[in-house]
Design a protein around this ligand. Structure first.
Ligand SMILES: C[S@@+](CC[C@H](N)C(=O)[O-])C[C@H]1O[C@@H](n2cnc3c(N)ncnc32)[C@H](O)[C@@H]1O
Length: 258
């Protein structure tokens, strides 16, 4: 086979990670006996391969980064958790009595989020949800989900889809990473190569792998706060604040204009 099968990589991975953490469902085993850690494999189009334990998608609040807690404290009204994953943050908001919907494109992620107790979920794209009758006051994009803006072409379309289901005064609270603090030549060369091709430096071209499955290649945006502000030009969102206490990570708050 010269191409891996395309499938719900995140879903397969998160089902296994959930089984390892809870003992519920078949666990990946080495030699049929020894539990195997579940690793998220990310390939970049320059050939770089990164692996990270998938268990952090299932962590409880006492295991989170401080910026996750600050993000949840800013949530108001009806919340749409965009790219909810295994429900980490949405379940905590629900526990606090807030009205929260979890949206994801991965059937496996939604299945695990529901098993963990998240009641209100939608399996769709942001674009597919833009005609829904529901209205939201807060859009939560955590776990680096600012990356879902993809790049200068996709960002206005994605932001318009959120605006279509927004109440007046709604906010987007998004976790991003400023990519430009690094001196690692692998990354600085990649940023340069991207710019030479007319892309933003941190406009990554990635695919995920898990066991036999792969995703299609997709763009994922890792941008500076300045680049984010420029992407908002011509959209209905303005940059309200940046919290970069945990640099290079930051929380961007975007507010819907009238
Ligand atoms: C990096 S994980 C973050 C999960 C969760 N927000 C957290 O912090 O634990 C990204 C999630 O976004 C979902 N996703 C990827 N592309 C998406 C899209 N275009 N629309 C909605 N969700 C998407 C993935 O299936 C995955 O569950």
């Amino acid at each position: 086979m010269d191409r891996p099968e395309i499938g719900d990589v995140f879903g397969e991975m998160i089902r296994d990670a959930y089984a390892v953490r809870t003992g519920i469902g078949p666990r990946p085993l080495a030699g049929g006996r020894v539990p195997r850690p579940v690793i998220e494999i990310i390939e970049r189009d320059d050939g770089l391969i990164n692996g990270a334990p998938a268990d952090h998608y299932l962590t409880e609040p006492d295991e989170w980064q401080p910026h996750d807690h600050r993000a949840l404290r800013m949530c108001r009204g009806h919340v749409l958790d965009v790219g909810v994953g295994a429900g980490r943050t949405a379940i905590e908001l629900q526990r606090r009595g807030m009205a929260v919907t979890g949206l994801d494109t991965s059937a496996g992620a939604i299945e695990v989020a529901r098993k963990r107790g998240l009641r209100d979920t939608v399996l769709t794209t942001v674009d597919g949800y833009a005609r829904a009758p529901a209205r939201y006051d807060t859009f939560l994009l955590l776990g680096n989900n600012l990356g879902l803006l993809e790049g200068p072409e996709r960002a206005p379309v994605f932001l318009a889809a959120l605006a279509a289901v927004a109440n007046p005064g709604a906010r987007i609270i998004a976790h991003g990473t400023d990519p430009y603090g690094t001196t690692d030549p692998v990354h600085t060369a990649y940023h340069r190569r991207n710019r030479e091709r007319g892309r933003l430096g941190g406009q990554l071209r990635l695919r995920l792998r898990y066991r036999l499955l792969a995703t299609e290649w997709f763009d994922y945006l890792v941008c500076s706060p300045g680049e984010l502000a420029a992407l908002l030009d011509g959209t209905r969102w303005r940059l309200e604040s940046i919290d970069d206490v945990d640099r290079p990570y930051y929380l961007a708050v975007l507010k819907l204009t009238d």
